[in-house]
Write a protein that binds this ligand. Structure first.
Ligand code: URA
Length: 246
C-alpha cells in the first residue's frame, strides 16, 4: 500500500480527479479553463503541493476543484443501497458526484454496512487510513441502535459481554461487546470487531431478530443530527482524529 503523493503535476492531478485523460486536461489548460490563486494556469506541467485547501484556490471551468487525494468523508447511509458490488441494488458510490466514481486513488468504504442498515459510513481514498481503522488490532468501537422483533429476555447484555459468545458457523468467540437496553425491543450495542452481519448474528445467537439497525458512531465520531440520509460531509482533521484511539 503506497502513501498518498504529497506533490503532483497539475495535469496528472486533474486526470486523477477524473476531469479527463492527460491530453484532454492539457487542452483545458491551453483553453484557459484552469485557474490557480486567481490566475489562469499556463503551465500544465507545474508541480503542485497536494493540500486540502486546493479547492479554495483552484477552479476548473469556473467551478472549485474537486477535493484532492486524501479525501475522507462521512455518509449517512440510507436504507436500500449497498456497499458492495456483490449485493444487488444501487451502490453507495452513486450518492456522490459522477466524477468521484472515476477518481484515482478510488474511494472505498471503510468497512461495510448491510443494504438494510443505515447510518454512519466512512469512505476514503487513503488506503493507510482505511487499514488503521478496520484493523482488528485497533479495536475501534462502533455503536449501533438496534430494533428487535421480540422483547429481550434479560440475558443479552451478559451474553454479549462474556467474550465467549459464538456466532453460528464460526469457531472463534466474539470479543466482549456492550449493550444498553433502551426499551424491551430497542438497545444500543457497541462492538469492536467487524464480522459479517455481526450485530444481526449476535441477536440471532440470543434467539431474537434485528428488524432495524442504524450505526450511530465510530470511535468518538458520531453521526450529526443535521446530516440527512443520503447526505455526506468531508471530514477535517479534528473529526479524523476522533475516529482512532488517541
Ligand atoms: N452488523 C450487522 O449485522 N450489519 C451491519 O451492517 C453492521 C453490523
Amino acid at each position: 500500500m503506497s502513501a498518498l503523493p504529497t506533490t503532483l503535476r497539475l495535469d496528472r492531478l486533474l486526470a486523477n480527479l477524473g476531469y479527463g485523460a492527460r491530453k484532454a486536461v492539457q487542452q483545458m489548460v491551453r483553453d484557459g479553463l484552469v485557474t490557480l490563486d486567481g490566475n489562469v494556469v499556463e503551465d500544465a506541467d507545474q508541480r503542485l503541493a497536494i493540500t486540502p485547501d486546493l479547492p479554495g484556490r483552484m477552479t476548473v471551468d469556473g467551478e472549485p476543484l474537486d477535493p484532492p487525494p486524501g479525501l475522507t468523508l462521512m455518509l449517512n447511509k440510507p436504507l436500500g443501497v449497498t456497499c458492495s458490488r456483490k449485493e444487488a441494488g444501487p451502490l453507495v458510490f452513486g450518492l456522490f458526484p459522477p466524477r468521484w466514481q472515476v477518481r484515482e486513488p478510488a474511494l472505498s468504504t471503510i468497512g461495510r454496512l448491510d443494504k438494510e442498515t443505515s447510518g454512519l459510513l466512512l469512505l476514503t481514498d487513503d488506503g493507510m487510513l482505511l487499514h488503521r481503522i478496520i484493523s482488528p488490532k485497533n479495536h475501534v468501537p462502533k455503536r449501533y441502535h438496534v430494533t428487535l422483533k421480540w422483547p429481550m429476555h434479560g440475558g443479552e447484555a451478559a451474553a454479549f459481554a462474556s467474550g465467549t459468545l459464538m456466532l453460528e458457523g464460526e469457531d472463534k468467540p466474539l470479543l466482549p461487546a456492550t449493550m444498553e437496553t433502551l426499551s424491551p425491543t430497542t438497545a444500543t450495542v457497541t462492538i469492536t470487531e467487524g464480522r459479517y452481519h455481526q450485530v444481526r448474528r449476535m441477536f440471532a445467537a440470543v434467539r431474537n431478530r434485528v428488524v432495524g439497525l442504524h450505526r450511530e458512531s465510530i470511535g468518538r465520531l458520531t453521526l450529526p443530527d443535521d446530516l440527512a440520509p443520503g447526505s455526506y460531509r468531508i471530514l477535517g482533521p479534528a473529526e479524523l482524529a476522533a475516529i482512532l484511539p488517541p
